[in-house]
Structures are given as C-alpha cells and as structure tokens.
Write a protein that binds this ligand. Sequence first.
Ligand code: DQQ
Length: 514
Amino acid sequence: MTHDLTLPSGSHTAEGLAERALRDPHRPRFHFTSPGGWLNDPNGLSHWNGVYHLFYQYNPLSAAHHRIHWGHATSTDLVHWTDEPVALVPGTDGPDRDGCWSGVLVDDGGVPTLVYSGRHGEQELPCVARGSADLRYWTKDPANPVITAPPEDIDITAFRDHCVWREGSGENQVWRQLVGSGIRGAGGTAFLYESDDLRSWRYVGPLLTGDASQNRGELDWTGTMWECVDLFRLGEGDEAGSTDALVFSAWDEGTTHHPLYWTGRYQGDTFTTTALHRLDYGERYFYAPQSTRDEHGRRIMFGWLQEGRTDEANAQAGWCGVMSLPRVVTLATDGGLHQAPVPELTELRRERVEVAPGRPAGPYTRLHAVRGDQLDIETTLRLAPGATARLVVRETPDGAERTVVEVSRAHDGASGTLRLHRETSSLDPSVDTEPRYGTLPLDPDGRVDLRVLVDHSALEIFANGRALTARIYPTRPDEAVGVGIGADGDVTLERFDAWRMASAFTDGPRPLWP
Ligand code: DQQ
C-alpha cells in the first residue's frame, strides 16, 4: 500500500478528519486515539466511582499541536472507551486563550477539580476548573490563573504541568502541588507549592533540581526542563517496603527527549534520590506519562506515543498521536519500576496460536500460523551467556520490511539488552527508523518474559518488566503481517503464545466534538 500524497484542496481543514483517520492503515485499533485531529499527553487520569477517566491534550481542528483542548473519554474496563464532551476549550481571551495544557484531576471534597496550565502567548500559568458530578462539564475558576507568575528571582526555562495531592491529617491537611520547570544554568526542576483551597498557593521551593551539565546527549540526560512531573509512592509504609518515584519528561529548547524517573524518598519539602532510571526505552515514543492510583489500589500509567512520520503525513492522515495501553506499575526487585499492560487487555485476545516449546531452529524461522497487524505475543525464553533471541513482526513476504525485537545476554552472563531494530521497519525514507535499546535485567537463569503488542503503527514491548515503546510505518501495511523467531547461540523457547487482538473501537467515524 502506498499513501495517496495528492489531496484535494481543503483537505487540511477540519472537514473529514475523523473519516480520513479511519481510512489510515497505520491507525491503531486497540490503543486509544482521538476521534481525529491531534492528541498528546494523558491528563486528569482518575478512577472516579468505578469509572476510569482519561483526559488528553486534543486539537479537534487539525492534526497539529495548536490551541490545545482537553479531550475526554471514559471506560469501566480500561479496554473500551466512550468519547465524552470535550472538557476544556481555550478561552476567547484570558489565561488559557492559547491552549489548555497539561494537568491533573483531584477530588476537592467531592468536587472533581482540574488543575492545568493555561497558555497565553508564550507563557503558561496554573489554572483551575471545577466539574459537574459526572465529570462531563467544567467551569473555569474566575480567579484563574491561580498562580500569577513563576517564582520570583529565578531565571526559568519554562513553567508548566502539575502534580497535585492532599497531604496530612485532620486540621493539618493541605494541598501540595509540583509545577514542572527548569532553572537556567542548573537543570530541570519541580517547584513545590502549598495551598488550603487550590486557589491561593504559597511557594515552598524546588523539590529537586537536576544537573543539565551532566550526560548531555545520553539517554538519561535530565534536560533543561522537566515536563509532566508525577510523584507517587509504591508499596506500603514510610520507610522499609516503599519507594517514592518522581517521574518527568526531559525537555530542552522545544525538543522532547525521554521520560525518566528518580527513585528515592519524598519527605518534608525535598526529594532525596536513590537512583535515576529510564522509564521507557522508546524515548519520545512514550512521553509525558501520567499515573493514578485506581480504586483497586493499582498504580495505572498512560503515556503519549508520538508520531514518527512527517508533519505533512500527519496532516494528510487526519489524526496523530496514540495513547499507550494502560500499564500497571509496581516495584521491581532491583528497586526500579516494573511495568506490564493491565490484565484487562486480555479480553481482546481472539484466536490463540501456540508454538511448541524447544530450541528455536537457527537464525530465523517464519511462523506461518501467526500473522497480523493486531497481535499480542507472549513468550518465555531462556538465554545462555552470549545468546541472542529475535522476534520479528510486521514482516512482508519478501522480508524487505520487518521489525525486529531482540533480547540478548552478555558473554559474562550478568547483563542483558533489549533492542528494537526499526531500520528495516519501513522503506519510506521520511519516517523515523532509528533503533532503540536499553538494559534488560536478567536473573542467573537467563529467563526473559517477553510480551510484544502490535497495533498497526504502535508497538509496545515489555521484557522482564522493562518497557520499550515505538512506532513503525511499513509502506505495504497489508502485506507486513508476518511473524518469525530466531536465535544465535543457546536459546530455549519455553513458551510462545500469540493472539489476534480484536479492535476496541467500532468501525464508524467518531465525532470530533462528542
Ligand atoms: N505537552 C503539553 C505541555 C507539556 C507537554 C502541551 C508535554 O503541558 O509540557 O500540550 O508533551
């Protein structure tokens, strides 16, 4: 299949966005996408009276990041989503005239309340909106912006995005808020504020500041600004048995780099770090994540899968931006975060294909029984020192286009690598085909639990709890449905199951303004 690059005049207008989006073979079918137009960060994530609410950065007018609204969708199972009325629209004037940027939802004594960044000109400032009981209709606070300027006397790189929580007990309860920022000449930071009513905020100070002079250009560079800071505790108790995580997305001069997190301890007005980690090896393909603790006590996280094709291709497609599958985040045994898709997603599994356990036959075997562009593949492998296993997806019959997921174990046996080769994922020279990789934690037995979810252009990989998310755009999408496995060295296939995944959305266009 090739894209029709000639479009009738007017096709870049809002007209027909949802219809065009539907025809795009690269559009995922079981990941959440906007009805059409542009989608970026997850916002206001919450589980409210049994209903999951996913708000998101949305431009219903074009597939471009401009005058951002808050889209809204609900779900009772984290699998099927219902579009709800657009929650926030930029004002005709006022602090959010140029966009309602990222933020969160909190429960203010039973009143659903959004805290978001209003954009006016080049400046973003904190704003508040209160919701109806069903979270469908939102009224902006006349006092917006509720913080009228960034902290005085600090030369900042930017100031936006919010993490808000209630802290303390009885009379001493207080709202606390982090606003993502950066201190010029120092590094990214999260400014801490305090409030009694979500309206009037007292500046406390920087909770933690990174050092932008360290590791510039590396995959764990902390950037000059921290976008979408998210602070949460995993595990129970104050000290032993629990860890705090401070998640942020490293940004610099308009470039979205990658999501990172510090583990450590939040106490008083500071965050004492233990270690810095990469959150997703796909870098900007899992950006601006936000999480919430659901009513079952699980930490659920979503991130934004950016596009890897050109702005022009996005405009022609009529849509862009994918929401990740919801992930359950838990504490890994090595002190980092373990990520896995929510178990609810198995509801979409259809025909199962099982491959007999054993040793993968040589460098490559095409699995003719497994085919598709909507797949969930779950496998357990055992790697001897020096061995590499490969899982190939979205392969054309001639092998000209193929995407390779690779797990390998170092010769000394101690460490491993998870790698995604996208170099041959598409013959289209205009799409991003850079490889991605990161460390794979391995026990001495060399066991790798690998899960690969393929949803047209969206790919989510989980290997021993580490995530790697990316996008791929084969030029012959209808033919790029092949799957295969291969190995170099001593690899045992202990289990291999694959399922076709049903679509989570119906076939018709979804209204841009539900
Ligand atoms: N996206 C939002 C910002 C945030 C960035 C604007 C992260 O609030 O910093 O759409 O992708």
